[in-house]
Design a protein around this ligand. Sequence first.
Ligand code: HAM
Length: 420
Amino acid sequence: MSKFQAPKGVSEYFPPNSLQFEYVRDQLINNAKVAGYSLIELPMFEDTEVFTRGVGESTDVVSKEMYTFEDRGGRSITLRPEGTAGVMRSVIEHNLDRGQLPVKLFYSGAFFRAERPQAGRYRQFYQVGIEAIGYNDPEIDAEVISVADSAFKALGLKNYKLNITSLGDAKTRDLHRKDLVKFIAGLDLDESTSERAKLNPLRLFDDKREEIRSKMQGAPLILDYLSVESAEHFSKVKQLLESLKIDYFVNPRMVRGLDYYTGTAFEFEHELLGAQSGIGGGGRYDGLMGLLGGSDLSGIGFGLGVDRVLMACQAEGCLPESINPLQLFIVAISQEAKSVAFKLVSELRTLGVTCDMAYGDRGLKGGMKAADKSGALCTLVIGDDEISSGNCDLKIMKSGENVSSTLKASELVVKLGNIK
Ligand code: HAM
């Protein structure tokens, strides 16, 4: 056993698995980019208050799961448990909301929550997220959901389900909260559950304990309280999803794990992932910018769990057999050939060919083994004959077929371009 191990519960990716991770992450990012979202690169840590205020004290994320510490200047710092609050902090700080609206941003990276680790639940995990800030258009809600849905479809995923609901506007939530608080007051609850309910009574819908679930059976549901405007908004979002042929299930008991949500909220669940089935989720947040000291703009976004989407792709077997394979692997079988190969590899790389060569003095047999292991589509052996004639054979690894060429990089590029 090695002397050091990674901290408990973190996800790590190294080849060959990291190629799959990268493929999944890039597919999620690409779908955001084609919809006009631009990169925002944020610090991994923020002033703790960005999250306590933004995400909410009643959430598990803030009350139990944050990595908070004092920095050398005595400031309270927290490793980001999610992306939205930090994006808002940055949008406000840099006045991004003063330009063209909506502000459409995407991010990708590591997030940190001190949860109990299990399959699909990590203490450091990866998300790709988007945020669209500035308008409260149902079209933007449907766009955000469709960016996630189309990314899942592009990856080939089929066994997932989209749950949606609406948490309504302030008027809706006030009316509902009053009745919900009344309902909860009539329940026999332990002290910590009552305390949680005082901070945010919606949290009780999210409680995993069977006893609380059954107590909440008759609880008033927010969808029955939607104001006329909220109901219209929600119904338009559903219509737009239908127009895009995106299947959804209205789940009035869905509660997101973060407190900033208002209006449309959604979660994607994958059916083959067991307990940690949430592959992504998001929703609208009307008050968040104001809460963090900015203007009162509405926004909506999502966070997709790259680790879990990768697991879902593995479970469905929809990942390509080989991802971005090297186009060429060169085996040189003499010192002189090695120098020629070294130069050729460099030239080919400049011309955009992905290629590598055998290092060490392993001879033809060892070199071919390395070629095989590299997963390259073609192999090129360079020995004294090839150097003196200037001709060579490109071996297509899958079929064993040979394609003749010269050792010129310009010709090799063309020949390799025809080999898939
Ligand atoms: P969230 O639902 O807390 O939302 O997280 C989004 C996704 O991150 C989850 O659906 C899940 O796939 C993944 N995830 C969360 N925690 C873990 C974990 N411990 N291990 C592995 N994966 C995990 C947010 O974070 C919001 N900021 C999303 C959002 C953006 N809402 C509006 N804009």
